[in-house]
Design a protein around this ligand. Structure first.
Ligand code: PLP
Length: 429
């Protein structure tokens, strides 16, 4: 099919996530069709090259078409692509589970439950937490605490936990109780009657992604772990975005020496190549489901997909072989320096960074501080303008997100920041 034919069919038949489809389908809009990737670069159907400034929506770890991951997937494909994990097992899933468990030397996270995306990894943890207390003599523990601004996925179960109204759709809680709190201080202020019903607390450790790259105060995660421990309630960490090197360590929880009761991983797990997720938990939780005739009634058709597991094993091997984590500190420092050129920009309100995750928040004016009206979609306009300067990324409202693949070079980061600077100038002046 020609490009023109494809684009005609695209507008006739496709429906995109989080996309205003009226504008998308407008005759004048030319969707960007990406056809090739190598390392941090992506190419469109016209042969134009772009830097992948948000790791293809926060998923890619080692760059596109990494030879080791490609080879691992191709090799697995020669054996079998997918078999059911309901009543069967297979070597890649077992080897990956062992490799993941070994990333936590304390040995506390010893059980691995597979699913296929971030939302289902969260949903698994929530169901396990709630059912654990139901089955183990504390049925009154039917509530989860989450944090304002939190984002834990888009299925109804995961969206119920979210502290961002825009993702809730109907705005209801779905099937279980959620109390959303703004901070650790608010948690301390909760009455005992509320805490008595608490099954677990969920948080994006260190940095909230979809809230606009919002960092938590240092030490907060450790305090939360202590708070949960003292009350014997589960700590659920959503490391779907922060996992696999983004924050400068393999996992965000390592920064504060925290081991949760549940750890949810997805996006970067397969290197960002295939949909795969895991919920890690403890032997204690696992044993809570070992009663006579008990089963954890939950799972998906593509649970533990063999290709995905093979890609994830290859990705973990790259972390070792290329000493990826060891090289991150330098890159993080370079990114901080590069973002310095935007720090005093009259239309930059704030720059937030956690490892290789950065948010650049725009404003109409700094003094006095005036935000843009979200209806102006200024962040989206700047990101669109950045394309002309060879950068692909997506904002959160007026926060421009920069989250390059971990293999990014200094020169590429420089081009990314420069593209943003030029794009701001193009749009705002
Ligand atoms: C992306 C994301 C999710 C949801 O993952 P999906 O694979 O899109 O379902 C959950 N939590 C966080 C922190 C995320 O960034």
């Amino acid at each position: 099919m020609t490009r023109a034919e494809l684009l005609t069919l695209e507008k006739r038949h496709l429906w995109h996530p989080f996309t205003p489809m009226r504008e998308w389908c407008d005759a004048l809009h030319e969707p960007l069709m990406l056809v090739k990737g190598r390392g941090c670069s992506l190419w469109d159907s016209e042969g134009r090259e772009y830097l992948d400034g948000n790791s293809s929506i926060w998923t890619n770890a080692h760059g596109h078409a990494h030879p080791a991951i490609n080879a691992a997937i191709a090799d697995q494909l020669q054996r079998v692509a997918h078999t059911s994990f309901l009543g069967f097992t297979h070597p890649p899933a077992i080897e990956l589970a062992k490799a993941l468990v070994d990333l936590f030397p304390s040995g506390r996270l010893s059980r691995v439950f597979y699913s296929d995306n971030g939302s289902t990894a969260i949903e698994s943890a929530v169901r396990m937490a709630l059912q654990y207390w139901q089955r183990n003599g504390r049925p009154e523990r039917d509530t989860l605490f989450s944090f304002d601004g939190g984002y834990h996925g888009d299925t109804l179960g995961a969206a119920s936990l979210g502290g961002l109204p825009v993702y809730k759709g109907s705005g209801n809680d779905f099937g279980y109780k959620v109390i959303c709190v703004p901070s650790m201080e608010a948690l301390h202020a909760l009455p005992e009657v509320a805490i008595a019903r608490l099954a677990g607390v969920i948080i994006e450790p260190l940095v909230q992604g979809a809230a606009g790259i919002r960092t938590w105060p240092a030490g907060m995660l450790k305090q939360l772990e202590t708070w949960c421990g003292e009350r014997d309630v589960f700590l659920i960490l959503d490391e779907v975005m922060t996992g696999f090197g983004r924050t400068g360590r393999m996992f965000a929880c390592e920064h504060e020496d925290v081991i949760p009761d549940f750890l949810c991983l997805a996006k970067g797990l397969s290197g960002g190549y295939l949909p795969l997720a895991v919920t890690l938990t403890t032997e204690r939780v696992f044993e809570g489901f070992l009663g006579e005739g008990q089963t954890f009634y939950y799972g998906h058709s593509f649970t533990g997909n063999q290709l995905g597991c093979a890609a994830a094993l290859a990705s973990l091997k790259i972390f070792k072989d290329e000493a990826v984590i060891e090289h991150l500190a330098e890159k993080v420092k370079t990114l901080t320096q590069l973002l310095g050129i935007l720090r005093d920009h009259p239309h930059v309100k704030d720059i937030r960074q956690c490892g290789l995750v950065a948010g650049i928040e725009l404003c109409r004016s700094r003094e006095p501080l005036v935000d843009y009206d979200p209806a102006e979609r200024m962040g989206a306009k700047v990101c669109l303008a950045a394309r002309a300067h060879g950068l692909l990324t997506r904002p959160v409202v007026d926060t421009l997100v920069l989250m390059p693949p971990l293999c990014v070079t200094d020169a590429q980061m420089e081009r990314m920041v420069e593209a943003l600077r030029l794009a701001i100038a193009d749009v705002i002046g």
